[in-house]
Design a protein around this ligand. Sequence first.
Ligand code: PRX
Length: 638
Amino acid sequence: MSFPYQIKTKEQYIAAWEKSVADPEGFWADVASSFLWRKRWDNVLQWNFTEPNVKWFSGGKLNITENCLDRHLGSLGSKPALIWEPNDPEEHHRLITYSDLHHKVVQFANVLKNNGVKKGDRVCIYMGMVPELAIAVLATARIGAIHSVIFGGFSAQSIADRLQDAQANFVITCDGAYRGNKEIPLKSVIDDALVQCRFVTKVIVLTRTHTPVSMIKGRDVWWEDEIKKVETMGNPDCPAEEMDAEDPLFILYTSGSTGKPKGVVHTCGGYMVYTTYSFVNVFQYNPGDIHFCTADIGWITGHSYILYGPLSAGATSLIFEGVPTWPDAGRFWDIVDKYKVNILYTAPTAIRSLMGYGLGPVKDHDLSSLKVLGSVGEPINEEAWHWYDENIGKGRCPIVDTWWQTENGGILISNLAGVTPAKPSYATLPLPGVQPVLVDEQGNEITGKDVSGNLCIKFPWPSILRTTYGDHERCRTNYFATYPGLYFTGDGCYRDADGNYRITGRVDDVLNVSGHRIGTAEVENAINMHTGVVESAVVGYPHDIKGQGIYAYIVYDSTHQEEQNLTRQDIAQTVTRIIGAIARPDKIQFVNSLPKTRSGKIMRRILRKIAEGETDSIGDTSTLLDPSVVEEIKNGKI
Ligand code: PRX
């Protein structure tokens, strides 16, 4: 494949960005022309950020799987689309060519149809990182159903919340999943979730771990049996469903500063165009490159840069089932060496954790195939950046620090590997089509260089979220109402003298723990469900490996000194049950009361300072109802 829109020089980048601002419609129409459309669009862009209402390429007809699979069959049919590295390095890996993948997706699409799934239906996918996860996602998209992948670490309660919100009648899962030395009983978690979700009519279960499972008559079917049925039908074709560019492709739940997670909705056309465009340009993908993104497909990074972006570009994408530290901390480097990986895209938290093991696990592996390194999910500190650069890239691989969000669909701010300059801890410059602005608390634009503010985007790009599922008003208030006319990211940001952007972290009540987004309100709601908890307040604090840790202040009505540790564990267990282990508090401090204003608002600023250990800069406490609680909390800090 060739990519007429691939930017090769800094001058071309500047020209592309300028054209994308001066003539966005012409710019994106040119890019979109490189894709396979059944019918060309009527309008490139219609938009307003007030409702909001954004439509890209509407009237255009396509199916994203024809772009990811069918169009490659002629020239790339025998090329691996996916490489699968199992959790256990002793188990056989799998190479799945574009022809194989096409065949398997068509086959499973027929399974879905046989089980009653139709265009527009919501299908929840809760699986480990096996190739069948990719097949399930693509098969769902092929028949025009809407997938909602849930990360394998979420609890039954979180799954039930998401199933209810999406009104998903179909679930695809595995008996279990392997992650390092753990075996996660996925089907059993689903069974617990489904107690609350009687509307689920079909559960398709893939065999992976041979964990014992209960199969409910009439509802649960085995993946393998269903495939056999399609084979006995003579493996019929499954022509891709014709979708409008603005039909929903998927829902992905993510945390916000209030209440329950929101179902971010992405649509078919703009998402396809932008993920492919950003994949090819940020990573400077060249045909033949092996791309290894270490994210889980349950997060947006996996959707956009394991599946849709790379496959639409005809790349070979590596799926890794396991974890970076098992059987030892050299696992990533082993994989890079084994498959001669060219592009490695991972998270700062993984880099920091691997740094802790020293250079021993790195040194016996040949990393000379690497050409580009990527970072995503949280700010990368300079120490980790340099370690990555020196010891993994050996000083010769550009590092792309890619800033974006679930709601963005694809990378918005990043250097382009080897084309525009990197700067440690800076995401650097916006991609073409992206117009960042910094604003003050009142929404006034902060112009000029060497300034900080809240990061907003003032013009739509093709993969901006369209709505939050079932609640458009929530989408408006969350992203478009804080600063009218702008999309508000929730991030704070600094712009240096050269116009480079450096993301400084969330300015709302959202935590970023090991690159996972968690709302403080969500964790508080889970803690408050524990018996004996009167109230709680959760804040983030700097954590050497995770970036941010979770610090919970809890008012508990029957705390006995000798039982405190047990109670802490019980509360953490409650959070694991309600949300999942990723939201488990790292520190729990029992307090007699929380610092509140006279109107009853918890002063989190103070709690944050204490958790960060900055007790000298707490500032004015005179507006508190009872300023003495601050001293008491300071003295009890853990
Ligand atoms: O705070 C920013 C941080 O992660 C948030 C988005 O989280 P999520 O929707 O889960 O998506 C993560 C993967 C795209 C952002 O609001 N973030 C993401 N990338 C970076 C980052 N912070 C700093 N630098 C980054 N490169």
